[in-house]
Design a protein around this ligand. Sequence first.
Ligand SMILES: *Cc1c(COP(=O)(O)O)cnc(C)c1O
Length: 547
Amino acid sequence: MVSEQKTVDVNFESLLRIFTVPEGPDSTLTQIEEKLSQNLNQFLREHIVAEEKPLLEIEKDFSNAHIPEQPEFVSEHTEHLLDSLVAHSVHTASPSFIGHMTSALPYFLMPLSKIMIALNQNLVKIETSKAFTPLERQVLGMLHRLIYQQDDKFYSRWMHSSNHSLGAFCSGGTIANITALWVARNNALRAEGSFKGVEKEGLFRAMKHYGYEGLAILVSERGHYSLKKAADVLGIGQDSLIAIKTDHHNRICPQALDEKMSELKANKILPFAAIGVAGTTETGNIDPLKEMAAICRKHNCHFHVDAAWGGATLMSNSHRSLLDGIEEADSVTIDAHKQLYIPMGAGMVLFKDPDAMMAIEHHAQYILRKGSKDLGSHTLEGSRSGMAMLVYASMHIIGRPGYELLINESIEKAQYFAELIQQQQDFELVSQPELCLLTYRYLPQDVKQALFIADKGSKKKLNNLINELTKFVQKKQRETGKSFVSRTQLNPEQWDELNTIVFRVVLANPLTTHDILQSVLVEQRQIASLAPKLMAKIQQLTQEILA
Ligand SMILES: *Cc1c(COP(=O)(O)O)cnc(C)c1O
């Protein structure tokens, strides 16, 4: 937007004003705030433009590396933000945006976030976060109880104990997973005799002391990529994150896990942690947690459950049994910014044993003194915001039964969509939803038939063409801006484990209706017909195979 710029004097008086009095009631910012609080969804619909602006074009709006010498008025700058930033943001709250784990947010979190930012508490230490620290500890207690179901005595004893931690609040599942594995590593290589522990002497000496040739972390091949980062930063190396094969429901094969652990130990490699996934990112499946827990006990190995996405299912009394065995985990990751409907930047890791986190305890002189209640002595992150307040508020405002309804509704919607897909002659459901996540693709009946009977060579060729079509449809749908599904690659058993590109759908937005789901399929079918050349190739090969 090109407007005549009024110049702002840079003087201290005017600077002081930005810390004290806001602009008047007619200012753009105030108007926007009002619109936002009156109708959140309308605000988003009005201000985000539907058609996609190419990323390269957007980059041009953000290509100046100079820090402005000429300050702008707040309102003027707000207009600029609306045009260049808000307009081209992704409408994650849209009910037809069903491709990601990022969903709509309850309206009350906007004004509450404002209070949180206004207070600007730093949860690293009590001095800057009185009241917020006990609140965060209570939130961790709530999530701990949701998983481990200890009695009230347990929580009154440990929740606010200065030398213990039921877990850590952090920015997301990645940091939560790193924290869990950090604790597991330090506990596995703890101080002993003259050895002062891996946290003091480092990995090299720890290995020499214990006589290991290496360390390993085990997870199914559907494990989240954040675990690779964890293996890297913890000095174990990405190659030592070992992928265990999965069955055709994308669940880890327990026997393969057990055998791999024995094999590693025979080679003097210590499998110090195994990770069960409760809700894989690609297909939403849940590993057999109980069996994994037993294997980990047998091998004396830390059992971590990555329930970043699926953990919220525990809120539903009717579905929590899907995660049976999670209560046997030594640690669990849950993201509140996924199915607990909290804005981005809210992850948690919980530990069964209130002593576990002592393995990563840090102290300093001016803060985090021994015996203080500073949360920073048990977190990877330093300065941290009061995000826990939003989780706390949602727990009270929505309540456990409210979350149960949300979770049940999502799972039912996924089952409805799965049935709808199966009713179509020209779509294939690739993975059944266990939670509210499923995958599918556009696959006309005759093509499917051909794919079934084709020999190995033509099967691969035909499948590759279908993959191209899936990619085309997904991209076009996103660009058109009416709806959005994501895509990923799977290796389904029914197709001889060929690389298969699929649409991936996460049905967590409560505002998504059955009508919307129906129209998503209609739109995809339409888009497929916009690729006549590709369709002709697919048809030709299909006819050849069927002839
Ligand atoms: C989202 C997710 C993560 C990573 O969490 P972030 O919040 O993105 O850091 C890890 N594991 C699983 C299974 C997830 O779904």
